[in-house]
Design a protein around this ligand. Sequence first.
Ligand code: PLP
Ligand code: COI
Length: 343
Amino acid sequence: MTAKAPVTTIDWENLGFDYMDLPYRYRAYWKDGEWYKQGLEEDANLVINEGSPALHYGQQAFEGLKAYRTKDNHVQLFRPDRNAKRLQDSCDRLLMPHVPVEMFIDACKEVVQANEEFVPPYGTGGTLYLRPMMIGVGENIGVHAAKEYIFSIFAMPVGNYFKGGMVPTKFLVSEYDRAAHRGTGASKVGGNYAASLLPGSKAHAAGFSDCIYLDPVNHEKIEEVGSANFFGITKDGKFVTPKSPSILPSVTKYSLLYLAEHNFGMEVEQGDIYINDLDRFAEAGACGTAAVISPIAGFQVGDTYHEFYSETEVGPVTKKLYEELTGIQFGDRPAPEGWIVRV
Ligand code: PLP
Ligand code: COI
């Protein structure tokens, strides 16, 4: 069966990355070791106890993935098992229960099906963004893990995360740290993003798309972007991306590492990228679910501005990777085994 047609009340060509209250969201409730109630709900608001550890101690984790409408009008998810597993890792770090992978994927499908008219039309570049989240709730005041949890997935149609999408923009190398090596940087938890709000707002106010964070020990190596991973294409054509215990293991980054190596025969490397050695790169980009691939025009590092490929043009390798990745996501190009899940 093909998917329901998109509603005609939304300007699909001009979507940004903004909240929208869609008709249905999925919720599951956990207590005494089990998920005891689950299904679709209509109310966008949650009523939780004022002592909930999610509110005081940041005991929460979230995910981000997308549903894509294909040319032949089906809807599909991109590697939802990877998001399910990463949520489990985040939950382990914050002492929260697991959502089984199958339950996670079924819940994603249920939310997409229920809101199918809000999956943007093929060809507009828009997608339905899914935001799964886990929160620790219930009566509490000491610094303890919650005794009750809510797992929820809500959705909204989105377009570009960074202004203009596939056009180069500038990033500011931040004076702040995002996360510590032995902290929660590799977990997708709200605290990391709370820490990035002030640096991010300073970067935006100064005209940059986002921050680039450096390693929190010596501030010599690139870690990642506030909302995406970093990659560079070296002058001799290698795909290079940072390796660090405090960056988020990006599903998009691992997908690009695979595609660069297997589909394009490129050399790939996860390693140290020194901020004083940017001349080795011909191109650079930010990659993530929301960011997709966003080309980086240049970095502001203190008083110095370093330009990568161009202020206005997208580099050829970045373009090639973007076309391959989005081609797979929208069903136009063959996907490696297991990457696509039909809704
Ligand atoms: N790094 C950070 C800090 C992010 O918020 C995201 C977004 O999810 C990413 C990287 C990219 O991860 P993914 O490709 O799994 O969306
Ligand atoms: C994502 O890409 O899914 C993110 O979570 C990034 C951002 C919106 C925080």
